[in-house]
Design a protein around this ligand. Structure first.
Ligand SMILES: [Zn+2]
Length: 439
């Protein structure tokens, strides 16, 4: 009798205790990326949980204390071609929840909790990385994806790293009508990729090429790993005053650069290949800091020149927010050896600009403007050893004469005439001239 009473009491009490502190799992999103798959659970509050892997079959298990599902998980998940095959769940010991991720291969899972952002609440994140990827060092060998055939005489192509900001669970800025920055900047990035690919002597590398998040460090690492000559990060701005509009172009501020040099030096093993193979391991701290500073000063100068070309070219598309290049401590601009610019294409918080950002024509125009700026920069500053350095081009602008162009590229008018089969010195706006190398 007494025993039965206890059982009754326990049966009555446990759910009550459980309900009071229950974490509710409201849904799941799966973001497949080229090098990992991110699984994000929406949770009502930060939860106590354990994560471990099991083999035969390969699976990742997440045990969450005092938790319950609000709706079945596998319905909302859409793994696509990710590492995730299936999501299952079961209740254990009354009110603990076990979630099982069936995976296609052995993985190295990483997990953490994320606080609420403007779109989502508390989240439990599981990153499924291919086994062995967890300890990868930054600036590893470039992935062998977009390799074009090397042109004869082994002149290399100029590499443009195109970085669409945000992605996955990070929507970036949001427009009043729900447009997410991550989507419009990816669309512009893809337009730019097409234009760069069509450009002789240039090769694009997409830093983000899908709806997934990539850390800022990973982005700069990928640009450096691909030996990019320029990194263009594409964003859309937002401000509380909806009237604010226009595009702007940023480069790294000196303050951001200074602290970055310090950080880099703290991790000397990462800094070893910063300076074209000059190892910092055997240098003393002062010399190392001078070397990194020199590299960064040159990089910022190049970034500034490139940013100016892009800003100038963007005047043709729409209003500029600021007439000059701006400086800020954006982490994504911090590669010490890759000139980097960040383009705020427009203000997504301005309803007019939000509409334009969604428009395919406008996206293309914006990409064309960035492309022209990039092309103009590399035509004037072709990196040694590139195809561009041997065959530069110039597109005639309003008011330019053959003599002025010859002077600018330090070649003679005769050389220009010869290289372009010109019979007179008359040139027209938009005409493309080959600039002979000055040897
Ligand atoms: Zn942004």
């Amino acid at each position: 009798m007494r025993r039965r009473l206890t059982a009754l009491l326990v049966g009555f009490w446990i759910p009550l205790v459980g309900w009071a502190g229950d974490t509710e799992i409201n849904g799941v999103r799966v973001w497949p990326a080229p090098d990992h798959t991110r699984v994000v659970f929406d949770i009502s509050s930060p939860a106590e949980y354990r994560l471990f892997s099991l083999a035969n079959p390969d699976r990742v298990v997440i045990d969450i204390d005092a938790a319950r599902l609000i709706k079945p998980l596998d319905q909302s998940a859409s793994p696509g071609d990710s590492m995730l095959k299936h999501i299952r769940s079961a209740t254990r010991n009354g009110n603990n929840l076990r979630i099982v991720l069936d995976v296609t291969d052995k993985t190295h899972p990483k997990t953490f909790l994320l606080p609420p952002n403007q779109t989502y609440g508390h989240r439990l994140v599981v990153d499924l990385l291919p086994q062995g990827a967890g300890s990868a060092k930054p600036a590893a060998a470039p992935p062998a994806t977009t390799v074009k055939t090397t042109p004869a005489n082994s002149l290399r192509e100029v590499v443009i790293a195109i970085d669409a900001g945000h992605g996955g669970d990070d929507p970036g800025a949001l427009g009043r009508h729900g447009t997410a920055e991550k989507d419009v900047v990816l669309a512009i990035a893809r337009e730019l990729e097409q234009l760069i690919r069509a450009e002789r002597g240039m090769r694009p590398v997409m830093i983000r090429d899908g709806d997934y998040y990539s850390s800022l460090r990973k982005r700069t690492d990928k640009a450096r790993g691909n030996k990019a000559d320029l990194m263009v990060s594409i964003h859309a701005d937002a401000f509380k005053d909806v009237r604010v509009d226009g595009a702007s172009v940023f480069i790294l501020s000196e303050r951001g650069a200074t602290s970055e040099a310090a950080r880099m030096l703290a991790a000397k093993e990462n800094a070893a290949d910063l300076l074209g193979g000059v190892s910092l391991e055997d240098k003393d701290d002062l010399l190392a800091s001078v070397l990194v500073d020199l590299s960064q000063v040159a990089t910022i100068e190049a970034s500034y020149t490139a940013a100016n070309e892009v800003l100038r070219s963007m005047r043709s598309v729409g209003k500029l927010h600021k007439p000059q290049v701006e400086r800020a401590g954006f982490v994504v601009l911090k590669s010490p050896d890759v000139p980097s610019i960040l383009v705020e294409t427009a203000f997504i918080s301005n309803p007019n600009e939000e509409r334009r950002l969604k428009d395919r024509d406008y996206q293309r125009k914006m990409a064309q403007a960035i492309h022209q700026g990039v092309r103009s920069y590399f035509n004037k500053n072709p990196p040694p050893g590139t195809l561009l350095a041997s065959t530069r081009q110039h597109i005639i602008a309003q008011g330019e004469s053959l003599a002025a162009i010859a002077q600018r590229y330090r070649v003679s008018v005769d050389q220009l005439r010869l290289a372009n089969n010109l019979t007179s010195d008359h040139v027209r706006v938009g005409q493309r001239l080959l600039i002979p190398s000055d040897s």
